[in-house]
Design a protein around this ligand. Sequence first.
Ligand code: ATP
Length: 319
Amino acid sequence: MKKIAVLTSGGDSPGMNAAIRSVVRKSIFEGYEVYGVYQGFQGLINDNIEKLELGDVGDIIQRGGTKLFSARCPEFIDAGVRQKGLDNLQKYGIDSLVVIGGDGSYRGAQRLNEEGIKTIGVPGTIDNDINGTDFTIGFDTALNTVVDAVDRIRDTATSHERTFIIEVMGRDAGDLALWAGLAGGAETILIPEAAADIKAVAERIETGMNRGKKHSIIIVAEGVMSAQECGVELRKYINVDTRESVLGHMQRGGKPTGNDRVLASRLGALAVDLLKDGISGCAVGIENNKLVETKFDKIFEERHQIDRALYKLSQELSI
Ligand code: ATP
């Protein structure tokens, strides 16, 4: 009988639980045994592995975070360390592994696949920074969390006639900042994929103030600079009263949106389907609303890109 393990790795994201549930239930539906690995790759090398039953994933589809816990395990780049994990899987007779996480986790998954365990990656990160999928699990929830925060900050920005600089997560990627900026009606969106011309931003704010604009919202992706630094940079060019807001880890928490739950359910089940068909060494994703799988090699070929048309639109609408 096929034995499949599932783990979550890297930064947690809302919808990871829905993905775990899907992997577990689809595996059992197919007649396989399924095992949960706690604390990501760290748990793999520490033998923190447990057989899961249908009931073990009940009442989690609506919860943020991950029931299996997540961890960073830098030593996993070492082949000798990974061997411990492989030995542990072998002990249980596990031949397949589903890794839910970001692109760092995919690198670990790729290594394990080369070393003999059939591995599939499922994109779980709020950053939306992985190739091979239009959307990652957790992005939609984080987007809505950020937009809600921007709306609230806008209320006070308007009341006090101030410029707010809101720092948004995303590591090296600007997706979350771009989408949240567009949805939140931000005047300025600063993302790593487009060079930040602070002087031009300052001039635009000044022009707005001169024509009677009472407030301004600037969204800055953490991959560009901090909100604090952005305020300092702006004041080099204009005399403006700014307030900085760092949204921080609130962006990673909270119950997943319906979209994230559906995406997680589809991708978790697809991972099991691929393993059933003897396919591994790839990650699942959604492109143009079609489920797809992409080899890890291809995913790592080039850097993730933002949607340029969306960026252009955000520029056109924030004049
Ligand atoms: P997020 O982007 O949401 O934080 P992530 O999966 O990219 O998620 P990372 O911390 O980059 O998060 O990676 C998670 C784990 O994957 C690492 O702690 C490490 O255990 C493993 N990993 C990363 N890179 C490699 C690699 N080159 N070889 C083996 N394992 C790796």
